[in-house]
Ligand binder design. Structure first.
Ligand SMILES: Cc1cc2nc3c(=O)[nH]c(=O)nc-3n(C[C@H](O)[C@H](O)[C@H](O)COP(=O)(O)O)c2cc1C
Length: 341
C-alpha cells in the first residue's frame, strides 16, 4: 500500500521536476493573445489606485480575478508547495486550485498534503480529479469525499487524453465520459468545473457537456505548459513526438469559441497566462477569471512571500492595463472590444 502511494506521489514529483528542469512550454504554438491589443486610452478618467479588480466566482469574492492553477499534492514536497500557495492566496484574496486528489482517495494518509484550509480559511479552494477516474469506479461519493476531506468549495475535473496517452501507464479510456459526467455532476451538491491541462477545450466539447450541470469551464488552452511535452521529458529526457507535443487549441481561440457557444457560462482562461496584460485581454474576451500554474511553481518551492510577490506584480500589471484602457472595474473591462493587430 505504501508503495502505491509512493508510485502516484513519485509521478507527481517527476512532473514537478520536469517542469522545473526542461523547456516544457510550447515552442511553435502561442496562446493567441498577442494577436490582440487592449484599446489604449490616453485620457482614461481613472486613477490607478482606484482600479477595482474584485469579482465573484462560484459564490465567493476574489479581490482580483486570479486563481492559482492546479498543480500538485500527494508527497511531502507537494504539501510544502500547497501550503505556500495557500498562504499567498489568502494574503491576496485569490483562489487556489489544487492538484489531482486521486492519490489521497486511494491512500487517505496522503490527505495532509492537500489540507490547506487552515492556512487559507477564506479563499475559493478548488479540489481536482481526473475525469478518466469516472471510468475506474469513481462516482459521486468519491467526488464528494475529495471535496469534503479538505474543506474545498468546489472541484475541477481535468480531462487530458493527450497527456494520458503519452504517459507511461496513463489512463487511455475516455469512452463514455460525457454520459458519466451527466450522471455524476447532478449528484454532487458542490460546484464542479471541467478543465483541460493545456491542450484546450473546444466549443464542441463544451456543447457536449452543456446539459451536465457544470458550474464553470476552464479552457486551459495551448501556448503555455504542454503536458504532452512534460510526459515526453519524464519518459525520455527529450521530446520524441513533436507534432503531438505541440498540439492544442490556443487559449485565446478556445476562450472565444467556448464563450460564443455559451454566452453565460462562467469561464476560466488558463494555459500560458503569463502577464497582467494577458489576463486583461482574457477578461475582455469573456473570462470570469484567469488561472496561472507553471510560473508559480518555482516561487512555491521557495516561500509564500515569493508566490505573493509574483502575483502582486501580475495584479499590478492587470491594474495598469485596466487604467490605461479606461476601465475602472472588471465590468468596464469586459465591455471593451479588443483591437485585432
Ligand atoms: C507542476 C504542475 C502540476 C500540475 N498538475 C495538475 C493536476 O494535478 N491537475 C490538473 O488539473 N492540472 C495540473 N496541471 C496543469 C495546470 O493546472 C494547467 O492547466 C497547465 O499547466 C497550463 O497552465 P500554465 O501554462 O499556466 O502552466 C499541473 C501543472 C503544473 C505546472
Amino acid at each position: 500500500m505504501l508503495q502505491a502511494v509512493t508510485i502516484l506521489a513519485e509521478r507527481k514529483l517527476k512532473h514537478v521536476e520536469a517542469c522545473l528542469r526542461y523547456p516544457v512550454e510550447y515552442e511553435t504554438r502561442t496562446t493567441g493573445f498577442e494577436r490582440y491589443d487592449l484599446p489604449y486610452c490616453a485620457l482614461p478618467e481613472t486613477a490607478l489606485a482606484d482600479i477595482d479588480t474584485r469579482t465573484q466566482l462560484l459564490g465567493k469574492t476574489l479581490l482580483a480575478p486570479v486563481l492559482i492553477g492546479a498543480m500538485t499534492g500527494g508527497a511531502e514536497l507537494s504539501g510544502t508547495i500547497n501550503r505556500h500557495l495557500a498562504l499567498a492566496a489568502q494574503q491576496l484574496g485569490l483562489g487556489l486550485m489544487l492538484g489531482s486528489q486521486r492519490v489521497m482517495l486511494a491512500h487517505p494518509e496522503a490527505t495532509s498534503s492537500f489540507a490547506v484550509r487552515s492556512y487559507a480559511p477564506d479563499i475559493l479552494l478548488i479540489g481536482n480529479l481526473g475525469v478518466a477516474q469516472l471510468n475506474q469506479g469513481y462516482g459521486a461519493a468519491e467526488v464528494i469525499r475529495a471535496i469534503e476531506a479538505i474543506g474545498a468549495d468546489a472541484l475541477a475535473f481535468h480531462t487530458n487524453p493527450l497527456q494520458e496517452a503519452l504517459q507511461r501507464g496513463g489512463d487511455e479510456d475516455f469512452s463514455g465520459l460525457v454520459a458519466k459526467l451527466r450522471e455524476v455532476v447532478p449528484q454532487v451538491p458542490y460546484p464542479l468545473i471541467l478543465k483541460e491541462v493545456g491542450h484546450g477545450l473546444s466549443a464542441a466539447v463544451a456543447r457536449s457537456v452543456a446539459d451536465a450541470g457544470l458550474a464553470a469551464l476552464d479552457v486551459a488552452g495551448a501556448g503555455g505548459t504542454s503536458w504532452a511535452k512534460v510526459e515526453e521529458f519524464v519518459n525520455y529526457g527529450q521530446v520524441r513526438h513533436h507534432e503531438l507535443a505541440e498540439w492544442g487549441i490556443p487559449t485565446a481561440t478556445a476562450l472565444r469559441e467556448v464563450r460564443s457557444a455559451f454566452p453565460t457560462m462562467p469561464l476560466i482562461a488558463s494555459g500560458g497566462i503569463r502577464s497582467g496584460v494577458d489576463a486583461a485581454k482574457a477578461l475582455a474576451l469573456g473570462a470570469q477569471a484567469v488561472a496561472i500554474a507553471k510560473p508559480l511553481l518555482a516561487p512555491a518551492l521557495e516561500s509564500s512571500e515569493a508566490v505573493a510577490a509574483w502575483l502582486k506584480h501580475f495584479i499590478w500589471e492587470l491594474k495598469v492595463a485596466m487604467h490605461c484602457a479606461g476601465a475602472p472595474d472588471l465590468a468596464s473591462l469586459r465591455a471593451l472590444t479588443l483591437v485585432l493587430r
